[in-house]
Design a protein around this ligand. Structure first.
Ligand code: UDP
Length: 498
């Protein structure tokens, strides 16, 4: 239903970064905005548009004013394979910079597209990874709101390490230090704290600095989180950035229908009915769900250890394996693994309907790589987590789950891996460590019960935040109001908009 407080001819244009962890929440956000009567245009490339076509088609059928416009990503021109339009399709981690270069080349066609839009755009909400959208917004005379992906806790940590020389003062790669300027005592190692930021190449530093420059002119930062989850960090983050920070999540809760949950993000590798049938056959809270996100790869050796760890724990499991190697498949068949675990284990090769799975009552625990979306989805479902961070800001999210929220058990991952790394020589997490962490999480002892109770409390708060009158709803209204106020400062445009 359109909110009477918003001018009806507002038109928001969204530019999601081409990676699942950013694309998925932006598509949710787009529908939340459209639900308020705002016209929304999502601009992305054909491969990505196709991934959420069914979800958007349903929104259009439900009379939301929403459209997807496609821009060709110049993959081949920058040395990427044709159609490599998402970070999860990159041939190697080294190609990430090429992807950014291709995204930079979208500036001109995007500007042209926006100039021809009818009604004209009244605001751009774009990922931090598209710093040029700031220039486009200026040319069009409309405000820009920036979106990054992580929550306020992690972003405050990132802000601290990228804007002070704290890391220069630390000479050990393995020693834990206390992150300065945080409301809680949080200890991290230097590599864990520096996996997001300037990077270690000239190109990545240039991109990062351009992002920071562009952010200064944005009217605010929209965050997929909710105030009640991290109140001190929302406040400190806004203070550190000297900006409006609007927490409007968890946006995943917008997906209430079975179809939207089942088709979120990509076509699932398992039929929703089969998945639900399997989950229905398990006792409430008895199953552990394992999914390490949309980008991480497990080496064959690591996948085998994980499989054996799950088997030895004797706990029912639903295990998502993104890219099983041929060697791993060979091991599975030779070893007879699937046959041995078939009464209590289900393996999904490829994309899993994560929201559908997490919201099923059979799930009692989540082994996560601590990507922010997965973290928030686990929190929204009221499920405690085994934390297995890999890269980006995931180690910071792990600290948040373990030390701030106290709803998790660490698997014991210490050293970040480069995403996409298939290096067999890397230290792996052993089957006993996996078994121990999972058993500890699923146990019905006092600590386990306390974790479960806290998880449920956060889940209730998350749902309240997204309800009518909840903090995230209120923040969405404030963000829209800030946009209209900004437009009102520009007399020529305001006549068109208000
Ligand atoms: N996801 C999913 N099915 C999968 C893998 C991931 O639905 O098989 C979704 C997950 O629900 C989340 C997003 O993909 O919304 C991953 O984002 P996150 O920030 O957790 O991690 P990333 O993949 O960016 O590392």
């Amino acid at each position: 239903m359109a909110s009477p407080s918003h001018p009806t001819n507002l038109h928001f244009v969204l530019f999601p970064l081409m990676t699942q962890g950013h694309l998925i929440p932006m598509v949710d956000m787009a529908r939340i905005l459209a639900q308020r009567g705002i016209m929304v245009t999502i601009i992305t490339s054909p491969v990505n548009a196709n991934r959420f076509k069914s979800v958007i088609d349903r929104a259009i059928e439900a009379d939301l004013k929403i459209q997807v416009l496609e821009l060709q990503l110049p993959c081949v021109e920058v040395g990427l394979p044709d159609g490599c339009e998402n970070f999860d399709l990159l041939p190697s981690n080294a190609h990430a910079v090429n992807m950014y270069l291709a995204m930079i080349m979208l500036e001109e066609p995007a500007e042209k597209m926006l100039q021809d839009l009818c009604p004209p755009p009244s605001c751009i909400i774009s990922d931090g990874g598209f710093p040029w959208t700031n220039d486009v917004a200026k040319k069009l005379g409309v405000p820009r709101v920036v979106f990054y992906g992580p929550g306020c806790f992690a972003f405050l940590c990132i802000h601290i390490v990228t804007n002070t020389n704290i890391l220069d003062e630390i000479d050990s790669e393995s020693k834990y230090f206390v992150m300065p300027g945080l409301p809680d005592r949080i200890e991290v190692t230097k590599p864990q704290a520096s996996t997001w930021g300037r990077g270690d190449t000239k190109e990545s530093t240039k991109i990062f600095e351009r992002m920071q420059e562009a952010e200064k002119e944005a009217i605010g930062i929209v965050v997929n989180s909710f105030e009640e989850l991290e109140p001190k960090y929302v406040k400190e983050f806004a203070k550190a950035k000297d900006k409006n920070v609007w927490c409007v999540g968890p946006v995943s809760l917008y997906n209430t229908s079975l179809q939207d949950k089942a088709e979120r993000g990509n076509k699932a590798a398992i039929n929703a009915k089969d998945c639900l049938k399997w989950l229905d056959s398990k006792e409430s809270g008895s199953v552990i769900y394992i999914c390490l996100g949309s980008l991480s790869y497990a080496s064959t050796e690591q996948a085998i250890e994980l499989g054996l760890g799950l088997e030895s724990s004797n706990i029912p499991f639903l295990w998502v394996i993104r890219h099983p190697s041929e060697e791993f498949e060979e091991w599975l068949s030779k070893d007879g693994y699937e046959e041995r675990v078939k009464s209590r284990g289900l393996m999904v090769r490829g994309w899993a309907p994560q929201l559908l799975i997490l919201s099923h009552q059979a799930i009692g625990g989540f082994v996560t790589h601590c990507g922010w979306n997965s973290t928030l989805e686990g929190i929204s479902a009221g499920i405690p987590m085994v934390t297995w961070p890999q890269f980006a800001e995931q180690f910071l999210n792990e600290r948040f789950i373990i030390n701030v929220l106290k709803i998790g058990v660490k698997i014991g991952m210490e050293v970040p891996v480069i995403f996409h790394e298939l290096d067999e020589s890397k230290e792996i997490v052993k089957r006993d460590e996996i078994k121990e962490a999972i058993e500890c999480l699923m146990k019905n002892d006092e600590e386990g019960e306390a974790r479960r109770k806290r998880s449920k409390e956060f889940s209730v708060m998350a749902k309240r935040a997204m309800e009518e009158g909840g903090s995230s709803q209120r923040n969405m209204t404030l963000m829209i109001q800030a946009v209209t106020e900004e437009l009102a400062k520009k007399p020529t445009l305001v006549q068109d908009i208000v």
